[in-house]
Structures are given as C-alpha cells and as structure tokens.
Design a protein. Structure first.
Length: 276
C-alpha cells in the first residue's frame, strides 16, 4: 500500500526578530563547538565567527552554507539560515507526488518490497507513512479503519491504545524508545507540528495487560527489540532506519526507510511460513 502525505515539519522563515547570527550561535552551541573550532573547520577566524553571531558582519551566502555544513544543520534549517541572512533558499522542496520524483518513489517501492516477508516502510519527518510493504500490512491486520485512514502515521499506529500498543509485549521499553526518538527530532528540527504529535501520542493511555500469546524465548538481543504478538506468537524485531546521503532537496532529506529485521530464528521461521 502507498499513501502520499503533504505535511511538513515547519517553514524556512526564521523566528520573528532573529537574524542569522543568533541562529548560527544556537546551532553551534547545540553541537557543542567553540567559535575557534568552527572557524578552523570552516577556514575562517574566530573573530569573524564572533562578528557574524553578534550581527557585526553579514556572512556571504557561501559562508552560511559552509558553516551549516560543518554544524550538520538539517537541510530545511539551512534554508532558514539563508532566509535569515537575506538570501533565497538554496534547497528546493519538491512534493513527493511530483513527476520529478517518479524514479525515487519507484526505487523506494522496490527496496521495501525486496525486504518481504520482513516489514519495511517509508516515512517523512512527521512519521507519516508514505509507502509500506506486505510485512507491515501483516502487522496491521485487525487495526480499526479509523487509524488506517490516510495519512497513516507510524507513531499513532504504534502507540494508540487501539493500534499496535496492546499487542507489544515490551510496550513500556518500546514506547520509551519511540518518545525519546521523537524528542531528539524535535530538538533537531524545532518543529511545532512534530511537537504537537509528540504531545498527542505521549498522552495516550498505556495498556496495563500484556497481550496473550506464547512467551518470548530468552534471547541475548544486541539492540532493543520490538516484541509483538501475532497469530498467538511473539515476534521480535530490530528496527533499522536509513536516510539519503547528501540530499539536495528538503523532501528527500526528510525521508527515512525503516526496516524491521527479525531478532531471533523463531521470527524468521514464522514470517517465511506465511509466504510458503
């Protein structure tokens, strides 16, 4: 199944009353980099960095992009820095349903289908599900239609008391992991819509009883698994998230491909039995 979502994490417009200097200083402090260290990385001087941050010097467009690169600023926020400095945004934001991204969409579809029978999906920065394979559809079997109406949202589907939450055997640990992940994203993107989503899902009541099913085998996992009941069995998955390297488009930069890899032999055997 495929769903195209149009939500974004924010705007390229800078906060009212803030120039590029305070924004760059905030990113530098967030990365815990001194003015001298940033100057050495960007082939500049600590004096010049100080002048930019205090508004005594206006950086060139090239300098803004160079500092943003060395501070690992997200692509959307690089546009915000440029606008704050009085320049046009450098990175385009192409709608995912634009014909220019046809090849990208087709490639992502082939990629997640290639993971079957293991679950895989593509999400945007708001965790809206843009594409999912049959492994995901298998896990969502029995979920109320109200939660499956587009745009699907991975966090709502997972943490809602009528979603996957009652089926997750280690819900407290997995819920804590997801909320911490969202908190890191909020700190990175400073997104009001993402903050609203976090407050919504964090307020969902947590089921107090574990789902019925055979107990999970004690396995020394190398990462926190999601242990979920399906068909009277407990399946264990390790989540892996991939993003695009050196993106030049805001939309592409905010895409993530999440795969749920089996964490034990029993899960592998069960998933392959569904396709036999």
């Amino acid at each position: 199944m495929t769903t195209v979502a149009t939500g974004t994490t924010g705007s390229t417009a800078p906060p009212a009353g803030r120039g590029v200097g305070p924004l760059l200083r905030a990113w530098r402090e967030r990365r815990r980099v001194s003015q001298l260290e940033l100057a050495l990385r960007a082939d500049s001087s600590a004096r010049h960095i100080s002048f930019i941050e205090t508004g005594r010097s206006r950086p060139s467009e090239e300098m803004v992009l160079r500092l943003a690169e060395h501070l690992d600023v997200p692509v959307r926020e690089r546009n915000a820095l440029l606008v704050a400095a009085g320049y046009a945004p450098h990175y385009r934001e192409t709608p995912l349903d634009d014909p220019a991204l046809d090849a990208l969409r087709a490639g992502m579809e082939r990629l997640i289908q290639g993971y079957e029978p293991y679950p895989a999906l593509v999400v945007d920065a708001m965790y809206n599900v843009l594409a999912a394979n049959r492994g995901i559809a298998m896990l969502l079997d029995g979920i109320p239609e109200s939660l499956l109406a587009p745009p699907l949202n991975a966090m709502r589907l997972t943490l809602h008391p009528q979603g996957l939450a009652p089926r997750i055997r280690n819900l407290p640990e997995w819920r804590g992991h997801l909320l911490a992940q969202m908190e890191r994203q909020i700190a990175l993107y400073r997104s009001t819509p993402l903050r609203a989503l976090y407050e919504e899902v964090a307020a969902y009541p947590v089921p107090q009883t574990a789902p019925e099913g055979e107990p999970a085998e004690p396995v020394p996992y190398f990462a926190l698994p999601m242990q979920i009941e399906h068909g009277g069995r407990t399946l264990s998955f390790i989540s892996s998230i991939s993003t695009f390297n050196t993106p030049m488009d805001v939309t592409v930069a905010e895409l993530a491909i999440e795969t749920l890899l089996p964490a034990d032999p029993a899960t592998v055997k069960y998933l392959h039995s569904l396709t036999d």
